[in-house]
Design a protein around this ligand. Structure first.
Ligand SMILES: [Zn+2]
Length: 273
């Protein structure tokens, strides 16, 4: 094969200047979107749900997720997410990434770790990567961002979780920084319900909260929440989207610090497309 790769350094502006920095929730299927517990076996054969969480200390902290039954990949996996992206390889091999999004109705649920916007009709919103189709199941947020670019967090990252017919996941990640207001994000911010409350977001087009520039940082990673399953195609949008401080603060006030720390790259390459 006669193709060459060019190492391209990535330079990004600081994104988090005036916003307090503080947090993937990429579930496997609609039926498990709010399932954020792992069962551990008790001595008497009982099962107790062990909650996982964030923060630096305690058994529920990210560093200890791998010790919860069923979540060993969180500790033993070699292709974990999120990561800190400091360089990307520009390849002439095209990703052939195409989005086909339209206005859709979402049901909103707070699962105790984030607020999840579940698509009522996943087949109506699709992406294709290398000719393979993935349907949009849901989107949810982390504050601050889980991915880092050039060692910097952004105040907010939204994950758009897609699934193919054969069960593979593809997550589009979008970063947000303080700047001009964003009417689409304002609609999402107004639906950040508390746990136990439900809401709907009707006729919402996810295009309104995505960058127009489609430059994409692609790599193979994992869910960023237990069970940290791998073989997730990550499609991080390189260009951040602006939002007003007021809009960003609503997310930070909803969940502050629901971000898994960055994980070792272990020789993986990130491609810039
Ligand atoms: Zn997520």
């Amino acid at each position: 094969m006669s193709y060459s790769n060019t190492r391209t350094a990535l330079f990004f502006g600081l994104a988090c200047s005036a916003i307090a920095l503080t947090a993937c929730q990429a579930p496997m299927s609609p039926s498990t979107l709010t399932h954020n517990t792992a069962k551990i076996t008790k001595a008497k054969g009982e099962h107790k749900k062990a909650h996982w969480g964030y923060g630096e200390h305690g058994t529920v902290a990210p560093a200890n997720w791998g010790s919860l039954q069923g979540n060993a990949t969180c500790k033993t996996g070699k292709a974990q997410s999120p990561i800190n992206i400091t360089e990307a390889t520009k390849s002439i091999m095209p990703l052939n990434f195409k989005k086909s999004y339209h206005a859709e109705n979402f049901t909103v649920k707070n699962n105790g770790h984030t607020v999840v916007f579940n698509a009522t009709n996943p087949a109506s919103n699709k992406i294709s990567v290398h000719g393979k189709t993935f349907e949009l199941l849901q989107f949810h947020f982390h504050s601050p961002s889980e991915h880092m670019i050039m060692n910097q967090h952004y105040p907010l990252e939204i994950h758009f979780v897609h699934k193919s017919k054969d069960g593979q996941l593809a997550v589009v990640g979008v970063l947000y920084k303080s700047g001009a207001n964003n009417t689409g994000l304002a609609k999402v911010a107004d639906k950040l319900v508390k746990k136990g409350q439900d809401a709907t977001l009707a006729g919402f087009d996810v295009n309104s909260i995505m960058p127009k520039d489609q430059k994409t940082l692609a790599y193979s990673g994992s869910l960023t929440t237990p069970p940290c399953s791998e073989n997730v195609q990550w499609l991080l949008q390189k260009t951040p989207v602006t939002a007003s401080k007021g809009e960003l603060i609503k997310f930070i006030n909803s969940y502050k610090g629901n971000n898994r720390p960055v994980q070792p790259i272990n020789g993986r390459t990130v491609s810039l497309n």
